[in-house]
Ligand binder design. Structure first.
Ligand code: DGL
Length: 263
């Protein structure tokens, strides 16, 4: 099968990484709209337009499914995309439901882009699942640009994270939702700001499970060549540009799992 992933930039690689680990036998197509990233501080109409144009291009690659590996694009236009294409379109939402279910009465901090936080999709999700009002929201837009620059743990990143968290009592949280696919790169740094047993919840694994469940009926379809094709804003791209991100994810997975096991 040929499975396409879309994001404004390198964030969606965190989801692609999970998919390739689970089912390496497919052909994957990754589209990063880096010329227009970041999306999270732009007006919704502009993000809708950029996403539609990018996904129209992806549709020319004849995928069997498309994963919109971007919480921001999902928040503003996932229904439009689902109506537009003949293949399944899987979106991503901040994993609020999971975080609330894993924590009994304590508070949950939802980190995402400004646009994701202000869109009605998230308010509807919180209305449905956060009946006891246990969540706080925090915009972390600049982490997207830092990730695009491959700055994962510099003084500038640390200063930004500290400034964003200065008005929050981090000791009160039992879970942090990473509601933007770019944020997973910063898990080791973010961990140092919270008590050791805080759970970091991101939607990658759940999204990938949902993707493969959706494709189950087509599983017998002849697989195309197993590889990953990369596009950067419609231009075919060299896979080497993406290597540092996969290396970062490979190193984080271990730290993440170790801490998670201890929690
Ligand atoms: N990875 C996108 C998300 O999950 C980042 C949005 C942006 O470009 O600001 O929301």
């Amino acid at each position: 099968m040929r499975i396409a992933f879309f994001d404004s930039g390198m964030g969606g690689l965190t989801v692609l990484h999970a998919a390739v680990e689970q089912q390496p036998q497919h052909q994957y197509v990754y589209f990063a709209d880096t010329l227009n990233a970041p999306y999270g501080g732009k007006p919704a109409a502009e993000v809708r337009d950029l996403t539609s144009r990018a996904c129209d291009f992806i549709a020319t690659q004849a995928p069997d499914a498309l994963v919109v590996a971007c919480n921001t694009a999902t928040a503003v236009c996932i229904e439009v995309l689902r109506q537009r294409y003949p293949f399944p379109v899987i979106g991503m939402e901040p994993a609020v439901k999971l975080a609330l279910a894993q924590t009994e009465a304590q508070r949950v901090l939802v980190m995402a882009t400004s646009l994701t936080l202000q869109e009605s999709k998230l308010s509807q999700l919180l209305q449905r699942f956060d009946t006891r009002r246990r969540t706080d929201k925090l915009a972390m837009d600049r982490l997207v640009s830092f990730a695009e620059q491959q700055q994962f743990d510099t003084d500038a990143v640390r200063a930004y994270v500290q400034a964003q968290l200065q008005h929050y009592d981090c000791s009160q949280y039992a879970a942090v939702v990473l509601g933007c696919t770019h944020f997973a790169y910063f898990t080791p740094l973010l961990r140092t700001c919270f008590p050791a047993d805080v759970q970091f919840v991101d939607g990658s694994q759940g999204t990938v499970r949902h993707l493969f469940d959706t494709l189950k009926s087509q599983a017998k379809k002849q697989d195309k060549t197993k590889d990953i094709l990369y596009f950067v804003s419609k231009q075919s791209a060299d896979s080497q540009a993406f290597t540092p991100y996969f290396e970062r994810l490979a190193s984080i997975d271990k730290a993440y799992l170790n801490t998670y096991d201890n929690a």
